[in-house]
Design a protein around this ligand. Sequence first.
Ligand SMILES: *[C@@H]1O[C@H](CO)[C@@H](O)[C@H](O)[C@H]1NC(C)=O
Ligand SMILES: *[C@@H]1O[C@H](CO)[C@@H](O)[C@H](O)[C@H]1NC(C)=O
Ligand SMILES: *[C@@H]1O[C@H](CO)[C@@H](O)[C@H](O)[C@H]1NC(C)=O
Ligand SMILES: *[C@@H]1O[C@H](CO)[C@@H](O)[C@H](O)[C@H]1NC(C)=O
Ligand SMILES: *[C@@H]1O[C@H](CO)[C@@H](O)[C@H](O)[C@H]1NC(C)=O
Ligand SMILES: *[C@@H]1O[C@H](CO)[C@@H](O)[C@H](O)[C@H]1NC(C)=O
Ligand SMILES: *[C@@H]1O[C@H](CO)[C@@H](O)[C@H](O)[C@H]1NC(C)=O
Ligand SMILES: *[C@@H]1O[C@H](CO)[C@@H](O)[C@H](O)[C@H]1NC(C)=O
Ligand SMILES: *[C@@H]1O[C@H](CO)[C@@H](O)[C@H](O)[C@H]1NC(C)=O
Ligand SMILES: *[C@@H]1O[C@H](CO)[C@@H](O)[C@H](O)[C@H]1NC(C)=O
Ligand SMILES: *[C@@H]1O[C@H](CO)[C@@H](O)[C@H](O)[C@H]1NC(C)=O
Ligand SMILES: CC(=O)N[C@H]1CO[C@H](CO)[C@@H](O)[C@@H]1O
Length: 668
Amino acid sequence: MHPAAKFPLLFLLLVGATATTSMANHAPAPATRSCVPREREALLAFRRGITGDPAGRLASWRRGNHDCCSWSGVRCSNLTGHVLELHLQNNFSLYDVFEATALVGHISTSLLALEHLEHLDLSNNYLVVVGPAGQFPGFISSLRNLIYLNFSGMPLTGMVPPQLGNLTKLQYLDLSDGIDMYSTDIQWLTHLPSLRYLSLSNVNLSRISDWPHVMNMNVNLRALYLCDCFLTSAIQSIVQLNFTRLEELDLSQNNFHQPLAYCWFWNLTSLKYLDLSGNNIVGSLPAAVSKFTSLDTLDLSENQFFGCIPYEISMLTSLTRINLRVNNLTGEITEKHLAGLKSLKTIDLSSNQYLKIVVGPEWQPPFRLEVAIFGSCQLGPMFPSWLQWMVDIKELDISSTGITDQLPHWFWTTFSKATDLVISSNNISGSLPANMETMSLERLYLGYNQITGVIPILPPNLTYLEIQNNMVSGIVASKTFGAPNLGYMDLSSNNIKGPIAGSICELQYLTYLNLANNHLEGEFPHCIGMTEVQHFILKNNSLSGKVPSFLKGCKQLLYLDLSQNKFHGRLPSWIGDFPAVQSLILNNNVLSGHIPTNITNLTNLWDLDLSQNKFHGRLPSWIGDLPEVRRISLNNNSFSGHIPINIANLTKLTQLNLANNNISGILP
Ligand SMILES: *[C@@H]1O[C@H](CO)[C@@H](O)[C@H](O)[C@H]1NC(C)=O
Ligand SMILES: *[C@@H]1O[C@H](CO)[C@@H](O)[C@H](O)[C@H]1NC(C)=O
Ligand SMILES: *[C@@H]1O[C@H](CO)[C@@H](O)[C@H](O)[C@H]1NC(C)=O
Ligand SMILES: *[C@@H]1O[C@H](CO)[C@@H](O)[C@H](O)[C@H]1NC(C)=O
Ligand SMILES: *[C@@H]1O[C@H](CO)[C@@H](O)[C@H](O)[C@H]1NC(C)=O
Ligand SMILES: *[C@@H]1O[C@H](CO)[C@@H](O)[C@H](O)[C@H]1NC(C)=O
Ligand SMILES: *[C@@H]1O[C@H](CO)[C@@H](O)[C@H](O)[C@H]1NC(C)=O
Ligand SMILES: *[C@@H]1O[C@H](CO)[C@@H](O)[C@H](O)[C@H]1NC(C)=O
Ligand SMILES: *[C@@H]1O[C@H](CO)[C@@H](O)[C@H](O)[C@H]1NC(C)=O
Ligand SMILES: *[C@@H]1O[C@H](CO)[C@@H](O)[C@H](O)[C@H]1NC(C)=O
Ligand SMILES: *[C@@H]1O[C@H](CO)[C@@H](O)[C@H](O)[C@H]1NC(C)=O
Ligand SMILES: CC(=O)N[C@H]1CO[C@H](CO)[C@@H](O)[C@@H]1O
């Protein structure tokens, strides 16, 4: 035993005192330890290699800021002052822009001066070495004290250097999500006896067939991530399995195309997390799945599992998440399958069209789900009454599940805390409740059902609403719509009658509006500030007035369909002001006058339908100047003159209808 180990406190005091004394000879004793000058210079040299730091993450890395141990991302030993850890990962969530916070530049070899470095995290930065683009910073393998190394999400290409086998203290190694990395020999991994976490996701390992044997040498391994590694086989016989402490195994997005039953990992009964999604695995789900009694997450989605789900799945009492979406599962899921799944929070069985969930009307589930995705499997014809116990639901998808029934009376109260409800494409009747204002809904999909009644004041956080192809008869919105952030609203193909309330103008973030195939009449309200609209579809109503002039402000317009209404007046000249527009569908109205010439500004137009109106004037030569156009319908107007010769320039045109005008000439 080392003598200091007996007296740890004394040892600490002695080392601390020595260090302080030596400092005191040069400068007044600082309150906190300052960093080692040689290491400060190394960090400054590293900083000089960084050419872009848009978020100012290294702003504190300045020569004037003497104590480099206080710089952001730098951790030092409070005993020796040596830099031990560099936390320079670019934290960004799915919704952020990677570039906004990434460091850009070169990784300086000056880091080699940080001899005591144990933790190096440069993940998700755009950092490369000087030299051939994307080459792995091989010098890192000289930092022999490293315990944690994370280069995930860096723009690395080429071979993973086997010299990493010199980092014998490594416990965490994450080289995932580079650009084009590969390895043809991973024997070096057997030199890392302390390895607990290994991710080589996205590294091309297609040449390596003995990968399970190599991993088997790492008895301490807890987590192994080999997603998208071009592995082709998981059928290797391992005589003695000795990395039995493995808890997380991700082999998703490879291409095993083998039956699960013969894969090597069945004895890893300590697994908590197993992801085999996207592997083309064939055959049935073996009953032996019940061996994984510690399993928390099971993801077998996007494979080809033929066959029934075994009852033994019910023995996975710790399971909180199961994902079997997009397979070819058949047979029934009964109460017996589900009885033991006490911990279940998330289930996704969607897109297994032959799979049927059959439970009794009185059944009370042992779990309280938060996410329940059953789209395109079979739940009907009765509305599943067990869902009434799922009061914690955040997301529910029961679309296309063959339900032909009334919405139960408990539906809107049970799911008042849900953010996503997807019940489209069934035969469900019923109506929206009068008071949705206290609901948490953000996205509501009710399309293709038999919903009747009126649309009430909507939930405050709603951003997405689909009720198309139902029998809704009106909108209660005389004062307010109630959903100020609504971006998408499809109410097409209902029985909505009367004028459109001015309160629709509250929807200032609307990008998609579809009111087609209703019985709306009167003018579209003059909405000021509603400028985000991209799709505006009023087809087949009885709306009148001029082309709504607020559209002038919608510079991102892509798709305009006012057809089969009673719009009159001229086509406004600002119609040329929509650089992105692809479709202008204005047929079957009473629009008149000349076509404004600057319609030629619509360089992205695919589809122009002005037929069945009262337009007149010479057939404009501009129609030859619409480079992207596929269809032009000008029939049933009063255009005159000759067919312009430059129509021959419309190489993408597939449909041209000029019938029933006063046009002469021959098509070139
Ligand atoms: C060193 O710092 C760490 C983290 O701030 C702290 O937990 C630890 O107690 C400190 N050790 C000494 C000897 O001061
Ligand atoms: C990044 O996230 C980690 C973990 O949440 C946190 O400790 C760290 O401070 C974050 N770093 C930055 C630069 O925001
Ligand atoms: C490595 O960094 C990535 C991105 O910052 C992170 O998601 C991952 O969990 C890290 N790996 C380890 C082993 O901590
Ligand atoms: C350690 O590094 C040396 C020199 O770079 C190299 O020759 C050797 O193969 C490395 N060892 C391992 C186990 O990778
Ligand atoms: C993976 O590596 C193999 C062999 O080195 C190569 O043939 C294959 O094209 C690579 N795959 C990809 C997607 O780069
Ligand atoms: C792990 O098992 C293999 C046999 O599959 C054996 O050769 C190897 O020595 C074992 N490693 C350890 C560290 O036990
Ligand atoms: C897997 O477990 C079975 C039964 O527990 C045992 O007979 C078999 O030898 C084990 N296989 C390996 C490779 O450890
Ligand atoms: C899916 O299962 C059905 C019914 O068992 C079978 O007829 C069909 O061939 C399977 N499809 C695929 C793609 O394996
Ligand atoms: C709406 O969203 C906000 C912000 O996420 C949240 O605080 C509020 O509770 C939500 N409202 C409802 C009714 O859920
Ligand atoms: C189209 O013409 C109108 C009126 O002449 C003009 O205000 C508008 O700026 C023109 N649009 C473009 C894109 O030139
Ligand atoms: C076709 O377009 C080219 C380039 O815009 C133009 O020079 C030519 O005159 C056009 N042809 C006809 C027949 O208009
Ligand atoms: C920006 C642009 O292309 N503007 C043109 C729009 O169309 C009119 C009439 O054809 C032209 O005069 C503009 O130059």
